[in-house]
Design a protein around this ligand. Structure first.
Ligand code: MSP
Length: 649
């Protein structure tokens, strides 16, 4: 089956935060889950760049809008990378592929009489990018409960889109498709809104030029919401692209509750007017609120740096917290202490502890070799039945777009397994000669349960399965959803390791005292904390090789003669180096960590006999060695007088 899921495209007027991250993390969990189920998935996210508020923010910073958004978009992309977001595409509405589709749709709607020219006189809220009639304002301010800011009077020539013409067709579609708008509270809200009567929508602006020009009347730019919604098909190459033919209509448009109205009214009407099929589900989740109650948002000044949070707690823990905390149809509360509580209780105490305890016992009692399973007792039968029930529940909850419900069910199995450890008391079995087979069976069940937990949690915490599988000594091709309720999967005699705790307990006060200590240089203190108190998560050491394997790699010192960033990329640096009297070009993904000036003159270490590869059209003849950990990257250098070409071994 095909599965096309989208997030809203985000306004790059400010950096992303933990609230905005929720939609993307949730969409990612659904995408990963469907991939594991064998579906063909297309997962789209991106940025909504043609807004008036972008122009305003850029102006206030003395920048042109494009350079301003380019910087912020980089931040979005790197946050998604840090959070292991597995999107298949990232659309920016400043891209040509998007512009041309918006222009052709605008023209088509105009030519068929659904868009007409008139004049807009009324109010506009720039932070919300929304037109408001006088009657809707509350005390002269924006009526959006999350906004309440000043609105501006507009009086300008505009094009209008005939929403009213399609009101009845849309209502009928909503009534005939009970799953179209979810959850049901949002559906009811939308039905009431449409029944109260739709007004034609102003769809162009003339007071600024940033955006997509109306092709037949170039002093107009297309209203940002009409432009933005079209991203869901422009990114697929509408109308002729293969992706469009394969993936449209979308299975799910996921978003926060504040923007359901645009997706459940304006977007379907655009599609109906174009004669295109409608998305299957428009799902509006709640917001993350701060402890004090307001929505987490940049404008309220209650956001924490997401990168810093990831550094402190790891991306899996952040993802788990977000997905577990937002209940269907409700808002979630974000605070760092909630996050730490969840990490310590659900991840360190429940899941992490089960894994460490049971692996430690396999190591202690059977030298790390997982024994063959034996006879099931009532206990094991109950646990196996529970795993089947949990699988069915997780599938049902994921189908209902409820990751919190899915995780809640998975944790029933985690809790049951912790209880099983106490019930079976392997330490007592180990003391009795006649319990040898029973102990074998219990330890076997432990190992299978660990594998099962890795599979269950994989859509939610993508880093975890490979860590668990490394401890079990098994390959990632065993991460199979269909085996999540099977208990005789591990090959006989596999060798497990105890390893480090998967989720070390965290003490929030280590950060709080730091923040309270006003007298100490904050940044220096942060760095110290990171070095001394966060346990870095190291990649597992790879399988053993022989000295002959190693000797195949020809490592050499190389002098960097020139360096320049590869155009239109974030990460790539093109380097001219000198090795053994010969000049070479190497393209290296280090541009986010070094400037060109910092690199020129360095003596680095390269793999000199690596088969050349083309990167962005440039042939790279070798690879520079670099070490990295937790987002910090440093190239390997030699520090005295060795010439380029000297052998490294
Ligand atoms: N650009 C529009 C969407 C266009 S889609 C065709 C937009 N962008 S946004 O950046 O303001 O918001 C994007 C999404 O982030 C919305 O779904 C919004 O609900 C979500 N969130 C922003 N803050 C949030 C929380 N504090 N909690 C949960 N989601 C939040 O709207």
């Amino acid at each position: 089956m095909k599965y096309y899921i989208t997030t809203p495209i985000f306004y790059p007027n400010a950096s992303p935060h933990i609230g905005t991250a929720y939609t993307t993390v949730a969409a990612d969990a659904f995408a990963r889950y469907h991939r594991m189920k064998g579906d063909e998935v297309h997962f789209l996210t991106g940025t909504d760049e043609n807004a008036q508020k972008i122009v305003r923010t850029a102006e206030s910073k003395g920048m042109d809008p494009k350079s301003y958004v380019d910087g912020i978009v980089k931040g979005f992309k790197s946050l998604w990378e840090e959070l292991d977001i597995s999107n298949d595409d990232f659309i920016r509405t400043t891209e040509e592929r998007h512009h041309k589709v918006v222009q052709s749709i605008f023209t088509k709607l105009y030519e068929q009489g659904d868009i007409y020219k008139s004049e807009y006189q009324g109010w506009y809220c720039t932070p919300c990018e929304t037109f408001w009639p006088e009657t809707k304002l509350i005390e002269g301010k924006c009526p959006n409960p999350d906004c309440g800011r000043e609105v501006e009077m507009l009086k300008e020539e505009s094009y209008f889109f005939k929403l009213s013409k399609y009101q009845d067709v849309l209502l009928k579609h909503i009534q005939d498709h009970p799953d179209f708008i979810q959850p049901v509270s949002r559906r009811n809200e939308m039905i009431r809104f449409i029944e109260s009567g739709l007004e034609d929508l102003c769809v162009s602006r003339t007071t600024f030029q940033w955006g997509i020009q109306v092709p037949f009347d170039t002093k107009h730019v297309v209203y940002v919401w009409l432009d933005a919604l079209i991203n869901y098909i422009s990114a697929l190459g509408f109308p002729d692209g293969e992706l469009y033919k394969k993936y449209w209509p979308a299975n799910v448009h996921l978003m926060g509750k504040d923007i359901v109205r645009f997706h459940a009214v304006i977007w379907p009407i655009i599609l109906i007017a174009l004669g295109l099929p409608l998305p299957k589900v428009v799902y509006g989740h709640g917001w993350f609120l701060s402890k004090e109650g307001g929505k987490i948002s940049k404008s309220r000044g209650n956001v924490q740096d997401s990168f810093e949070l990831i550094r402190r707690y790891g991306s899996d823990a952040i993802r788990y917290f977000l997905l577990r905390e937002m209940q269907v149809g409700a808002d979630g509360t974000y605070s760092e202490d909630n996050l730490v509580d969840r990490l310590n209780s659900d991840l360190a105490n429940d899941l992490g502890n089960f894994v460490s305890r049971s692996l430690a016992m396999i190591v202690k009692y059977r030298g790390g070799i997982v024994p063959k399973g034996g006879e099931d007792t009532e206990l094991e039968l109950e646990i196996k039945a529970l795993s089947q029930e949990v699988k069915a529940k997780v599938e049902e909850r994921m189908g209902a777009l409820d990751p919190a419900g899915a995780l809640e069910n998975i944790w029933r199995l985690v809790a049951r397994m912790n209880k099983y450890v106490d019930e079976t008391a392997p330490w007592a079995l180990a003391k009795r000669e006649d319990s040898k087979l029973r102990l074998d069976h219990v330890l076997h069940i432990f190992a299978e349960a660990i594998r099962i937990m890795a599979i269950f949690t994989a859509p939610f915490m993508p880093k975890l399965p490979s860590k668990i599988f490394a401890l079990l000594g098994i390959k990632e091709d065993m991460l199979l959803w269909e085996e999540v309720d099977q208990w005789n999967v591990l090959a006989e005699g596999i060798h497990v390791e105890k390893g480090q705790p998967l989720f070390p307990r965290v003490d929030l006060s280590q950060w709080i005292t730091e923040e309270e200590n006003q007298n100490v240089d904050q940044e220096q203190k942060n760095n110290e904390q990171i070095k001394t108190e966060v346990k870095p998560e190291f990649e597992p050491i790879k399988e053993e090789i022989t000295i002959d394997d190693f000797a195949k790699i020809d490592l050499r010192v190389a002098k960097i003669l020139q360096a320049e960033k590869v155009e239109k990329t974030d990460k790539l640096m093109k380097l001219e180096i000198e090795v053994s009297g010969e000049k070479r070009t190497i393209v290296s993904g280090i541009a986010q960590h070094y400037t060109a000036d910092e690199l020129v003159g360095k003596s680095v270490v390269i793999v000199a006999n690596l088969k050349p590869a083309k990167l962005r059209g440039i042939v790279s003849q070798g690879m520079i060695l670099a070490a990295s950990q937790d987002g910090v990257l440093e190239v390997l250098t030699v520090d005295k007088d060795l010439p380029g070409g000297a052998r490294v071994k």
